[in-house]
Every structure is written in C-alpha cells, then in structure tokens.
Write a new protein. Structure first.
Length: 213
C-alpha cells in the first residue's frame, strides 16, 4: 500500500539484510509456536493464580513480542518481514499490548486489557490479512484468512456476552485462534471453508470443556 511504502523503505534502510533462515512456512509455524507458548503460559498463570500473575503474563508477552519481532527482521523472507500484513499485525498487537499495560495501571477494565483487546486483535489481524491477500490476487489464501477471521469475530462476541461460561479456558481459546490458522496456512492446502471449520471445531471443543469445568 502506498501509505506504508515510505515506512517500508526507511525500515529496509536501517535494518540488516535478512538471513533467510526461515521460509514463509517456517515463519508461520514459528509464530504459531510463540502463540501457543504465550497463551499456554498465560492460561497456566490464570489457573495457578500466583501473586502478580497479570504482571508476569504481560512480561511473558512483552518478551515474546520482542523476540518474534527480532526473528521477523533478522530471519524472515524479504517478502514477509516488512509486508503490509506485518504492518497490520504490528498495529493490532501493539495496540493490544498498550491496552494490557493500561489495564495493569487501572486505566481500562481488566477484561478489556487482558482478553478482549487480544481477541479483537486476532479478528482484525486475520480479516485485514485476508483482504490484503485477496487484493494481491492470492484469492484462496485470502479467503482462508477471512474465514478464520469470522471465527475470531465470533469468539470476540462470545466473550462479550458469555465470558463467565468460558472463563476457565479463555486463554486456551486465544491460543487456538492464534496458532491454528497459522499452522493450517503453513502446512495444509485446505479450502477456506475447511480452515474456518477446523478452527471453529477446535474453539467449540475448548469452549465445551470450559463449560463442563
């Protein structure tokens, strides 16, 4: 997009050349692993509820985001690391982290900062990525991201109206929303509908477990 071209040029000027150690599939799987580790760790902290668990979870995510940003700049394919899709994800995740810090400071409700902001970031990120791919001519791939984006929007809506019912597993739900679409994109050739359906089934299973618990 023209609006990001200037920023892209500046970033390329000041950044080292990528090592190209990761191809696009490896990059996506790395992102999925970061999400599983981050949300899994967050869920564990929520279950154990040690002192300052919210601070610990925020610190965990700050480290993961910095590490993944470094991996992106240093090792991701050139076509990926400063792409419009990465700008979308940087914007939504950066906003979510800012809201999390605001929640720690008592400036916004905890549910918004610790969960709602991240569910919204996933929904916006996938929908934005899908639109970008469709516009670039990668129609099937773009529709796949739009399909999982719709599921992410449904997760956000579910959290808004029935958070208490799924509270025991809310961060595992975010782990699924984070990781499953990336793995499906990296490792499968499933249709857009199948990608959305797979994520929906995984989320439904986790929600069902949360209701039972």
């Amino acid at each position: 997009m023209a609006v990001t071209d200037g920023l892209r040029r500046r970033l390329r000027d000041v950044s080292p050349a990528t090592s190209d150690r990761l191809d696009e599939s490896g990059f996506l799987v790395t992102g999925a692993a970061a999400g599983l580790f981050g949300w899994g760790g967050t869920q564990l902290l929520a279950w154990l509820d040690p002192p300052h668990s919210a601070v610990a979870a925020t610190a965990l995510w700050a480290v993961l985001m910095l590490a993944f940003s470094a991996v992106t700049v240093l090792h991701a394919p050139e076509a990926v690391r400063f792409s419009d899709a990465m700008f979308v994800w940087g914007t939504v995740n950066g906003t979510a982290m800012a809201l999390t810090v605001a929640a720690l400071a008592g400036l916004v409700p905890e549910r918004l900062g610790f969960w709602g902001a991240w569910a919204a970031a996933s929904a916006l990120g996938y929908v934005g990525t899908g639109v970008l791919f469709v516009r670039a001519g990668a129609t099937a791939r773009g529709r796949g991201y739009l399909a999982v984006g719709i599921v992410a929007v449904a997760v956000l809506a579910l959290g808004a109206v029935a958070f208490g019912r799924v509270a025991p597993v809310v961060f595992l739900v975010l782990a699924a929303v984070h990781a499953v679409p990336l793995v499906l994109d990296a490792e499968t050739s499933l249709s857009p509908a199948a990608r959305g359906g797979t994520l929906a089934l995984v989320v439904a299973g986790l929600v069902g477990a949360g209701v039972v618990v």
